[in-house]
Design a protein. Structure first.
Length: 205
């Protein structure tokens, strides 16, 4: 279900092993011992991953058991919440740490946004996408934000949006100011990034 790996925290939230009477760490350790899952240090904590063939097999099992839709919903919920939490942190004193965390979870965040659009939760996708604009700007993903998920262009625009998320006039994409300064460029970048986020969430061009 995870894309690009996962942490102990995300495994607990998405897989809910407690419901099965399992300890998350013990279960993951057992999978690592069986070479079904790999573990490495990333961002100061263990990060887990598996071969794509095993991941696809697991996905097929979830689909066959009728549990895939719920698993995708839980996965998306966790990472959309993570995007929302990242928003204010990406302009705060811990910006570097949160940029790195978003980098690690980039594939999962992307999958969560794709799910939200596919599920018709375009307002939810917009809120999360807007929260990530600084990450996209700082780590060179603005073009991806503008491109949006496959099929998004066919989704209807939400009937109403919060005032702070209304579409702003489009202009040229600003380049970061030299030496990290320049309030006007920052303000322009903020407006265009919200517009980019709307393109991601609704397929607007």
């Amino acid at each position: 279900m995870f894309a690009g790996g996962w942490t102990l925290e995300s495994a607990e939230a998405v897989a809910d092993p407690a419901e099965l009477g399992l300890d998350t760490l013990d279960a993951l350790t057992s999978l690592v011992d069986q070479s079904l899952v790999t573990s490495a240090e990333a961002g100061g904590q263990p990060r887990f991953a598996m071969l794509e063939t095993i991941r696809e097999f697991g996905r097929e099992r979830l689909e066959a058991s009728g549990e895939l839709a719920e698993a995708r919903r839980r996965h998306a919920g966790f990472f959309l919440d993570l995007a929302d939490a990242a928003g204010p942190e990406l302009t705060g004193p811990d910006q570097g740490e949160w940029l790195d965390r978003c980098d690690l979870e980039h594939a999962n965040l992307r999958a969560a946004l794709d799910w939200a659009v596919e599920a018709g939760e375009t307002g939810r996708a917009l809120t999360a996408a807007t929260a990530l604009w600084r990450f996209w700007q700082q780590r060179g993903h603005l073009a991806e934000g503008r491109r949006g998920p496959p099929g998004a262009a066919r989704r209807p625009r939400p009937p109403g949006l919060p005032g702070q998320l209304r579409r702003r006039p489009r202009g040229r994409v600003p380049r970061p100011p030299p030496h990290g300064g320049g309030r006007p460029a920052f303000a322009e970048g903020r407006a265009l990034s919200v517009d980019d986020a709307m393109a991601l969430a609704t397929g607007a061009t």
